[in-house]
Design a protein around this ligand. Structure first.
Ligand SMILES: Cc1ncc(COP(=O)(O)O)c(C=O)c1O
Length: 380
């Protein structure tokens, strides 16, 4: 099922229709169909024929609670859960409620493109506690983080991490929670990639530490794992009910407090019926990653492929080519392939690329060949 491409071109698809004439490996969504159970559930709802405003289904919270308990082993109560139109939307609203212009907010680069923009939107003072790369994988500089959290209002944490593919270990996550507690910093944990666990890595949510520290917010969603991003449905879980009340008031005032129609149907379906599909997809991504790694080792031995423990996004250091993102991107387009350049993820990442592996292997092979052909030409 993961090797059969979904038709995406000319479907108003952000990934494909913004990059005509290339095989795109940029935007983080996937190129095969969502589970059959989801398609059937959506068809059934369509057949009902009326699509007016909705309220949350009475089973939604219990369904999410079970998914979280079974997969991530922590408890959430219905009164802690707010369903929101997207994770980025929610984090933006959270910062607007709980920070003021000028407040120091911490992020770690490289990181998902939206993070610095959220801080900008809310006129926060951004402070970077950058990740460290040892040539194989990235890690957190805890001494630096400890220093920077002093006097900060919030920390937006990416866990698992896009684009570096780390699944932060239990002890790393606990350390982050304890540091936020020490400095009384609101910890906003973006866990949207939490189901995409590779090579036996095990996800730890900050939700496991709800007993340790009050000011914790978990943001997760089925949108990456199950390719449902177009439904704009995410789960925001507040450890402190008072924080949830303030957040709900805010999104209510923006007329965004009620869920959409199809997103929650898809979400409840994957949470009840698609665990096996998810684990199979993770195996598929592992295979694609190993293929990419081997292929690049053979044809572009100077490319440095970051070790991947989670997500479907490979982060590759291509700086040996001596090209900027713009230069490399322009050359790649001539070869019919596109990727995301590293500068999107941080000040020091020009010349890196992020390569999306959530596609059929035939597509990956075709795109990688084009990528390699282009880079070999640039090496000459
Ligand atoms: C870490 C991370 N957070 C959030 C998002 C976007 O989430 P949403 O579509 O729910 O706003 C992405 C999309 O790539 C992501 O990688």
């Amino acid at each position: 099922m993961f090797n059969i491409p979904a038709k995406r071109k000319n479907t108003n698809c952000y990934k494909w229709d913004n990059c005509p004439n290339t095989i795109p490996f940029g935007v983080a969504d996937s190129d095969y169909k969502v589970p059959l159970a989801v398609r059937l559930a959506l068809h059934k709802r369509i057949a009902q024929g009326a699509f007016g405003y909705c309220i949350k289904s009475p089973t939604y919270d219990a369904t999410l609670k079970n998914w979280i308990k079974n997969n991530y082993d922590y408890d959430v109560m219905p009164e802690q859960i707010s369903v929101s139109p997207g994770t980025v939307f929610a984090m933006n609203a959270i910062l607007s409620v709980f920070t003021k212009p000028g407040d120091k907010v911490i992020i770690q680069e490289p990181v998902y493109t939206a993070f610095p923009l959220l801080l900008k939107n809310n006129q926060n003072t951004e402070e970077f506690s950058d990740l460290i790369f040892d040539g194989k994988r990235f890690s957190i500089d805890f001494d630096d983080l400890d220093r920077k959290l002093d006097g900060a209002k919030a920390f937006v944490f990416c866990s698992p991490h896009n684009p570096v593919g780390r699944t932060w270990t239990e002890s790393e996550v606990k350390k982050v929670v304890l540091l936020c507690k020490k400095h009384n910093v609101l910890l906003i944990s973006d866990e949207i990639h939490c189901d995409l666990m590779l090579f036996g890595s095990k996800f730890t949510s900050v939700g496991k530490y709800f007993d340790l520290y009050k000011n914790l917010i978990v943001c997760n969603a089925p949108s990456k794992t199950f390719n449902l991003a177009g439904f704009f449905t995410s789960n925001i879980i507040f450890n402190d009910i008072e924080l949830k009340k303030a957040y709900d008031e805010k999104i209510n005032s923006m007329f965004c407090a009620e869920p959409g129609l199809m997103g929650p149907i898809a979400a409840e379906t994957v949470y009840t019926k698609c665990g096996v599909w998810m684990r199979r997809q993770n195996k598929h991504i592992e295979k694609n990653y190993l293929y990419l790694k081997k292929y690049l080792a053979q044809y572009l031995p100077k490319a440095v492929v970051t070790e991947m423990e989670s997500t479907y996004l490979a982060f590759i250091d291509m700086r040996y080519l001596g090209k900027t993102d713009e230069e490399l991107g322009a050359e790649l387009v001539k070869y019919g392939v596109s990727v995301n350049g590293g500068k999107m993820y941080g000040r020091n990442y020009d010349g890196w690329v992020r390569f999306n592996l959530a596609c059929p292997i035939s597509q990956l092979k075709k795109g990688l060949k084009r990528f390699v052909d282009c880079c070999v030409f640039l090496e000459e």
